[in-house]
Design a protein around this ligand. Structure first.
Ligand code: HEM
Ligand code: CA
Ligand code: CA
Length: 302
């Protein structure tokens, strides 16, 4: 069973240490807070909130990291998870799970980005496997249909309203040009605002005069470091970046929620909090299942 402040006796400062590390990292590299949110999505959607995402590939041990999946394009800042873990290990060796680090760092990152304060429970344990080969079954692609997207989230217990709210995480962060070319070339997707398309073509030129350059566009040009409802305002104005983003506004099942979130930031925040909490509790390992990793990148040696 997950419980609030699970480490109250075993490591009373655990949540405070995570909070402090997340805040320090945010001061140095603001985009770490963004990464913690995406980490929670990519870990919890794939089977369980079990830190399977953090395992690194190890030949001989049969581990292929989920980070090597094509769905993980652009994921960054994993080295700073190691930093948070080191701070916890110093205070309480092999006590606080990597799965809880993923959940609680996301919680604290969301607050730093102006999002809601989510009361999360803890006590998740770490899995011993990485599920690289099935990541694509759990995490939709950027151009998948809304039907498929909704059924993926439904499998994690998240309803339509919650799914629309969670995609609001794309109110921060960036998208690499590989995920955008389809909407820009050879012809511009007619559902995309023309001026915005011109801007995106500037960010993602084709042919690329300098293919060695890593090119990307910000998800939200106006409030890039705020987890707010600007995302939905853009969708309504045909300025959704990914095809899935734009489809939220055109699909008759999701569109009413997009409209309401565009006009009501606190409604968005409430729904985001509710859905993220559900996601953060997707089939956790508890009791004697799994282990508490010493290093989030590797399974403990036996
Ligand atoms: C249908 C569901 C989703 C799809 C297809 C999707 C796809 C993507 C793609 C393609 C990117 C850009 C990666 C890159 O090129 O660098 C991205 C970025 C991001 N996604 Fe999603 N996403 C989905 C849902 C979510 C959810 C539910 C969350 C969190 C609650 C989330 C959080 C993020 C964040 C924070 C970024 C920016 C990362 C950064 O700048 O480092 N996404 N997503
Ligand atoms: Ca997982
Ligand atoms: Ca924003």
């Amino acid at each position: 069973e997950l419980q609030s402040n699970y480490y109250a006796e075993s490591c009373p400062n655990a949540e405070e240490i995570i909070n402090q590390e997340v805040a320090n990292l945010y001061d140095e590299h603001g985009n770490t807070a963004i990464s913690w949110i995406r980490n929670l999505f990519h870990d919890c959607m794939v089977q369980s909130c079990d830190a399977s995402l953090l395992l690194e590939s190890k030949r001989g041990k049969g581990i292929v990291s989920e980070q090597s999946s094509s769905r993980s394009i652009g994921m960054r800042n994993f080295k700073y998870v190691t930093k948070i873990k080191e701070a916890l290990e110093k205070e309480c060796p092999t006590t606080v799970s990597c799965a809880d680090i993923i959940a609680l760092s996301a919680r604290d990152g969301i607050v730093l980005l102006g999002g809601p304060r989510i009361e999360m429970r803890s006590g998740r344990r770490d899995g011993k496997e990485s599920y690289a080969s099935v990541v694509e079954e759990f995490i939709p692609n950027h151009n998948d249909s809304m039907t498929l997207v909704l059924s993926c989230f439904e499998s994690a217990g998240i309803d339509v309203e919650g799914t629309v709210a969670l995609l609001g995480a794309h109110s921060v962060g960036r998208v690499h040009c590989v995920n955008l070319y389809d909407r820009l070339y050879p012809t511009v997707d007619p559902t995309l605002d023309m001026d915005y398309a011109e801007y995106l073509k500037g960010r993602c030129p084709m042919p690329d005069p300098n293919p060695k350059k890593v090119r990307y566009a910000r998800n939200d040009r106006e409030t890039p470091m705020l987890l707010d409802n600007m995302y939905y305002k853009h969708l309504v104005a045909h300025k959704g970046l990914l095809l899935v983003d734009q489809q939220l506004a055109s699909n008759p099942i999701t569109a009413p929620f997009v409209q309401r979130m565009a006009s009501d930031n606190s409604y968005f925040q409430d729904q985001f909090a509710r859905a993220l909490l559900t996601l953060s509790e997707n089939s956790p390992l508890t009791g004697d299942d799994g282990e508490i990793r010493k290093d989030c990148r590797y399974i403990n040696a036996d």
